[in-house]
Ligand binder design. Structure first.
Ligand code: 2NL
Length: 333
C-alpha cells in the first residue's frame, strides 16, 4: 500500500466527517446549498481529492473510487435529510406565526337600524308596490308650473295661501307636495299609470309639536280608463288596513284644487277619529295639463304626511323628536 493511497483514504474520511458536522450545524436552506457546492460541487472538496487519483496504480484506483462513491452518497443523503428537516421547520414556523386566535374578542360595532320615518315610508311603499304601483322621485326645488300651475292652482288661487313655501331668487320654489313628481311622471308616461311618490316637502309653517316647515309625504296616483271613486275608496281602505290593522275608516267631503270630488279620511284609532290623509278624483284640468284626454281617462290620487303616520303608529307626542337624531329616542323604534 502506497503512502499516496493512505493519504487519499484519510482525506476522504476527513472530508466525510467534516461535511457531516457542517451539515448538522447548517441553520438554513441557503447554508445547506453552500455546503453542497463546497463538498460535492464541480470544484468542491470531493473533486479535488479525486484529482489526486492520477498518481495511484491501476489496482489502487478502484478502491479509492469505491470509497469516494460511498463518501459522496453519505454526504448527499445527509444533505437531503437536512434539507427536508429545514423545510419542515420552516413550515412549522410559518404556521405558528400565522395562527388565528379565533377566541379573541372582536371589534364591537353597534347594530344600526332605520329611522322611524324611513321604516314608515318603506312599509307604505311596500303596500303600494304590492298593489302594482311604481315608485317615482323628483327634485325638491321646483318651478311654479310643476308645483302649482299644472295642479289647477293658478297664481291667484286662494289655496296658494295654505301652501305658502320658500321661494328662491330665480322664482323657483321648494315643493309643497310630491304631486309635482307625478306631473313629471305623467308627462313622461302614457296611461294606464300607477305611481307612488315619496319625498321631502316644505311649507311656510310655524314649528310646534305637530307642525314642521320640512316634512315627508307620500302621494299615490292612478290614471286609467273607467276608474271611479269606488276604486279610490277600496285602495285607501286596503292601504290603511295594512298599515293599522283591522280598522274603521271614514271619508268626509273636502276640497283640493287638483281633485274633484275630494275627501279627507279618518281612522278610528284608540276610540277617537284621527285624520290621516286627503284624496280625490283627479281634476280634469290636471289631466289636460299633461296631455291626457279627460274624456277617455279618469284618475284618483291621495296624499299623506309620513310624520303623522309615524306619530300615530308609535304614539309620539312631538314631531320635533323625529329630527333630533337623539339615539335615546330613536332606539325605541
Ligand atoms: C293632502 C292630501 C292629496 C293629491 C294629494 C294629486 C296629485 C295629482 C293629481 C291630483 Cl298629480 N291629486 N294629489 C290629491 C288629493 C290629496 O294630498 O292633504 N294634500 C294637501
Amino acid at each position: 500500500m502506497t503512502t499516496q493511497l493512505v493519504e487519499l483514504e484519510t482525506q476522504l474520511t476527513t472530508l466525510q466527517q467534516e461535511a457531516e458536522g457542517a451539515i448538522a450545524a447548517a441553520a438554513s436552506l441557503e447554508d445547506l446549498e453552500q455546503l453542497r457546492i463546497k463538498y460535492l460541487g464541480k470544484k468542491g472538496s470531493l473533486s479535488q481529492v479525486l484529482g489526486g487519483m492520477g498518481r495511484l496504480s491501476a489496482e489502487e484506483r478502484p478502491r479509492i473510487g469505491a470509497l469516494a462513491n460511498e463518501v459522496k452518497e453519505v454526504v448527499q443523503t445527509g444533505l437531503d435529510q437536512k434539507k427536508a428537516a429545514l423545510q419542515a421547520a420552516q413550515i412549522e414556523a410559518q404556521l405558528a406565526a400565522e395562527t388565528l386566535d379565533v377566541t379573541m374578542p372582536g371589534t364591537f360595532r353597534p347594530q344600526g337600524r332605520n329611522h322611524p320615518l324611513t321604516s314608515t315610508i318603506d312599509r307604505a311603499l311596500d303596500i303600494f308596490v304590492g298593489l302594482g304601483y311604481t315608485v317615482a322621485q323628483g327634485p325638491e326645488m321646483e318651478t311654479d308650473y310643476y308645483n302649482f300651475e299644472a295642479l289647477n292652482t293658478p297664481a291667484d288661487h286662494p289655496a296658494r295661501d295654505m301652501q305658502d313655501t320658500f321661494y328662491l331668487p330665480d322664482g323657483n320654489l321648494l315643493r309643497t307636495h310630491t304631486s309635482s313628481v307625478q306631473i313629471r311622471y305623467m308627462e313622461a308616461n302614457e296611461p294606464p299609470i300607477r305611481v307612488a311618490a315619496p319625498g321631502r316637502v316644505y311649507r311656510r309653517d310655524t314649528v310646534d309639536a305637530t307642525h314642521s316647515a320640512v316634512f315627508h309625504q307620500i302621494e299615490i296616483l292612478a290614471v286609467d280608463e273607467g276608474l271611479t271613486f269606488t276604486d279610490l275608496r277600496g285602495t285607501i281602505k286596503t292601504f290603511l288596513e295594512e298599515m293599522f290593522g283591522e280598522i274603521e275608516v271614514r271619508f268626509r267631503p273636502s276640497f283640493f284644487p287638483f281633485t274633484e270630488p275630494s275627501a279627507e279620511v279618518d281612522v278610528r284609532w284608540r276610540g277617537r277619529w284621527l285624520e290621516v290623509l286627503g284624496c280625490g278624483m283627479v281634476d280634469p284640468n290636471v289631466l289636460k295639463a299633461v296631455g291626457y284626454d279627460p274624456e277617455i281617462y279618469t284618475g284618483f290620487a291621495a296624499g299623506f304626511g309620513v310624520e303623522r303616520f309615524a306619530m300615530v303608529l308609535h304614539q309620539m307626542t312631538d314631531i320635533r323628536d323625529l329630527y333630533k337624531s337623539d339615539l335615546r329616542f330613536l332606539r325605541q323604534f
